[in-house]
Design a protein around this ligand. Structure first.
Ligand code: NAG
Ligand code: NAG
Length: 368
């Protein structure tokens, strides 16, 4: 009798595990998240590289839970962190972090590197950074490691089912074309020609990402390059956004939307979603008070005009309340401003999220 009860109990447990075990585990595992691009999304890869483009000293990270610098170009969380929080995932670790091992690989990985651009000659002044082709080499290496962890079939599913974010292009203008008045690229191309060249190279990058298994990719355009404190400090006489940089962003961004549309029709699916970071940033730059900011011109951390000269260091001016500033340093928004950008990524209409916002993407993909 006792034996039989035990057998029944055992059998019931086996059935329960078979029926509910794996299903529950799959349902509970949020989709993986992969991040590529520049300083807007680098979560600390550059900490591991001999580069000058780094955010690993105070006061970076002052509002992060640990109150310590992490390599994020923010006072606290950065854009990928806030997206991870809102999709219910852990933050993705920088790929170069030694902590990215074992089950952590299933969360995804961040390959971004501050200072890089679409072109290999962008950011040469920062010495050793992970250019796009290197980020992709590491993504291939990641997939091998993930396969070793969970098997190649499951690894492929995780990659195909993942959400991907890529942010590129700002540095190609600010740290390449416009870096000096007579930069090599500006002598080679007009802004319009240069934008077209960037888009054709960006298209190749996205096609490579597709080949590597990405099936849902948020592709961010450039923000209002002429409105960042760095450009106000160096090129604006009266605090108005610098027209030549604003015009460049306004030539480049529509080309990017068209390019993602072309790629989607090529692959026959809405793989690429264009994020209009220009409009999203302009909302709080033109009406800072509406968003609870005292200014959108002066950076919280920095020195000189608009706190926009040089980099943010422990010797810089530092605002006491980061929540009332739109810009944290000369180039990067504060954590609170990034929250407004993520709001728009989730709930924006077709003019800022093309062809659809992230709420719609998550709903569509929930039955994968
Ligand atoms: C950047 O360099 C890599 C490796 O040499 C090369 O494959 C790629 O085509 C280059 N990209 C551009 C835009 O020149
Ligand atoms: C997302 O996009 C859809 C379709 O454009 C729209 O109806 C919806 O209001 C947007 N916002 C949210 C939160 O879904």
């Amino acid at each position: 009798m006792i034996m039989r009860v035990q057998q029944v109990v055992m059998a019931t447990m086996v059935v329960t595990i078979v029926v509910f075990g794996p299903k529950r585990a799959e349902a509970a595992a949020p989709r993986a998240f992969f991040v590529f691009g520049d300083s807007l999304v680098d979560s600390g890869n550059n900490n591991y590289l001999p580069t000058t483009a780094r955010a690993d000293s105070r006061p970076y990270g002052i509002d992060y839970p640990t109150h310590r610098p992490t390599g994020r170009f923010s006072n606290g969380f950065n854009l990928p962190d806030i997206i991870s929080q809102r999709i219910g995932s852990e933050p993705t670790l920088p790929y170069l972090s030694p902590e990215l091992n074992g089950p952590k690989l299933l969360v995804g990985a961040n390959f971004a590197s501050a200072g890089i651009g679409i072109l290999n000659d962008t950011g040469v002044q920062f010495v050793r950074i992970l250019r796009m082709y290197e980020q992709f080499e590491l993504f291939e290496e990641y997939q091998e490691r993930l396969s070793a962890e969970v098997g190649s079939e499951r690894a492929k599913k995780i990659v195909n089912g993942a959400l991907v974010l890529i942010t590129l292009g700002g540095n190609d203008f600010v740290n390449n074309y416009f870096v000096t008045p007579f930069s090599p690229r500006s002598r080679q191309f007009t802004v319009s020609q240069f934008s077209r060249y960037l888009i054709s190279e960006y298209s190749k990058i996205l096609q490579r990402l597709y080949e590597l298994g990405a099936r849902r990719v948020l592709v961010s355009g450039t923000g209002p390059l002429g409105c960042v404190p760095s450009q106000l400090a160096s090129k604006s006489t009266n605090g108005d956004c610098v027209p030549e940089l604003q015009q460049a962003a306004q030539i480049y961004n529509p080309l990017l939307v068209q390019m993602t549309k072309d790629l989607n029709s090529q692959v026959g699916s809405d793989v690429f979603v264009a994020v209009n970071a220009f409009i999203m940033n302009m909302d709080f730059i033109t009406k800072p008070q509406t968003f609870g900011f005292v200014t959108s011109k002066v950076a919280c951390c920095g020195q000189g005009r608009y706190n926009g000269i040089g980099t943010c260091t422990s010797l810089s001016n530092l605002c006491p309340n980061r929540d009332i500033y739109a810009f944290w340093d000369a180039f990067h928004p504060t954590q609170r401003a990034l929250g407004f950008i993520v709001d728009a990524i989730f709930s924006g209409t077709n003019d800022v999220m093309s062809p659809m916002n992230l709420t719609t993407v998550m709903a569509l993909d929930s039955n994968i």
